[in-house]
Design a protein. Structure first.
Length: 318
C-alpha cells in the first residue's frame, strides 16, 4: 500500500513537472511575437522619417557666403538689355561674389582690362578679344552667347531685306541719314567692317553722323532724325518696347550671316596684375558657362519680348 502511494506521488510529481515545462515553453515562446512586431515597425515608420530629409535640401538651401566684389568691364548691350541686372543676384547667391560692372564700348572695355582696372571683361568683338589675349592682357577667351545685328530705320525708301550689302550701298548712294555709334564699340567695329568690305566711303554721305554714345541712346537719336542705324537685336527689342518715347523705326535688314554678334568672356591676366580678383573671375566664367545659367540666358526675354534676347553657346569655338 505504501509502495502504491509512493508510486502515485511520484507520478503526480512527474506530471506536475511536465505541466510546468509546458508552461515555461509557452512563456518563452510568447516574447517572439512582440519581437516580430518590433522588427516590422521600423519598416512602417521609416518612410515617415525619411520624407522631410529628402525634401529639405531643395527648400532650405542657403546662399553662398559673401566673398567680396568682382569688377567687370562690358558692353552697353549687356546692360541695356537688362541681362546683367537679371544675373547679378543669382551669381551672388550661387558663388558669394558681388558683381559690379562698367558698361562701355568693347574697345574701352578692353582698355580697362589692359590697365588692370577690372578683373574680367565680357565683350563682343572676337578679333579684338584675341588681340587682347595675344598681347598678354587676357588669359583665355570663352564664348558665352550670341545674338545678331539688325539695321533699323524708316520703312521707306529701304524695303526690308536680308541683303546687308544692298542696304549699305543704298544709304551711301542716296545719301540717306545714318547714325553710327562712333565709339569703337563692338557694334561700331562691325559697322565699320561692313563699310570697308564693301569699299564704301561714309564721308560721301553728308547725313552720316556719329553719336559717340551707347546703343540705346544711338537708337533714340536715329529715331529723332528718322535715320538708319546698326544695332544688336537684344537692345533693339528692349528699346522698342520699354523706351519712354515711342520708337517709330522698324527693322529693314536682318538675317544676314554677316550680322552674327558673338559675346566672349575673358579673365584679365593675373600675372600682369597680381592684385586682381582672379578667383572671382574664374568663378564667373565657370558659372556663366554652366548648363544651368546657359538655360537662364536662353529663356531671358522670351516672356516679355516674345523671343530670347541672346542665344547661349558656351563650349563652342565661336
Amino acid at each position: 500500500m505504501k509502495r502504491t502511494k509512493w508510486l502515485a506521488a511520484l507520478l503526480a510529481a512527474v506530471l506536475c513537472m511536465g505541466l510546468a515545462a509546458c508552461g515555461n515553453k509557452e512563456t518563452a515562446e510568447t516574447p517572439e511575437e512582440p519581437a516580430g512586431a518590433e522588427a516590422v515597425q521600423p519598416e512602417e515608420s521609416e518612410p515617415e522619417a525619411e520624407t522631410p530629409e529628402a525634401e529639405e535640401p531643395a527648400d532650405t538651401e542657403e546662399p553662398a557666403e559673401e566673398k567680396g566684389r568682382l569688377m567687370m568691364a562690358t558692353t552697353t548691350s549687356t546692360e541695356d538689355t537688362g541681362l546683367l541686372d537679371y544675373l547679378k543676384p543669382l551669381f551672388l547667391a550661387d558663388t558669394g561674389w558681388d558683381l559690379e560692372w562698367t558698361a562701355v564700348g568693347t574697345g574701352e572695355a578692353l582698355k580697362l582690362g589692359e590697365n588692370g582696372d577690372v578683373d574680367i571683361v565680357l565683350v563682343h568683338a572676337k578679333a579684338s578679344e584675341e588681340e587682347f589675349i595675344e598681347n598678354g592682357f587676357g588669359v583665355e577667351r570663352f564664348p558665352v552667347m550670341y545674338n545678331d545685328f539688325v539695321v533699323v530705320g524708316p520703312a521707306d525708301p529701304i524695303a526690308k531685306t536680308d541683303d546687308i550689302e544692298s542696304v549699305f550701298k543704298q544709304i551711301i548712294e542716296e545719301k540717306l541719314p545714318f547714325v553710327s555709334r562712333g565709339d569703337d564699340s563692338g557694334t561700331d567695329k562691325k559697322e565699320k567692317k561692313i563699310w570697308t568690305s564693301l569699299e564704301l566711303d561714309t564721308s560721301a554721305d553728308p547725313n552720316y553722323v556719329e553719336s559717340g554714345q551707347g546703343m540705346g541712346a544711338t537708337i533714340t537719336m536715329a529715331d529723332e532724325q528718322k535715320a538708319y542705324c546698326l544695332t544688336d537685336r537684344g537692345t533693339w527689342l528692349k528699346q522698342k518696347k520699354d523706351a519712354d518715347l515711342n520708337i517709330e523705326l522698324d527693322i529693314v535688314c536682318e538675317g544676314s550671316k554677316d550680322l552674327l554678334n558673338q559675346y566672349g568672356v575673358i579673365a584679365v591676366n593675373p600675372e600682369k596684375y597680381p592684385d586682381l580678383n582672379n578667383e572671382g573671375a574664374n568663378d564667373f566664367i565657370e558659372w556663366i558657362c554652366s548648363e544651368e545659367v546657359q538655360k537662364l540666358i536662353a529663356e531671358y526675354g522670351v516672356e516679355e519680348y516674345g523671343q530670347a534676347l541672346f542665344t547661349p553657346n558656351a563650349g563652342t569655338d565661336n
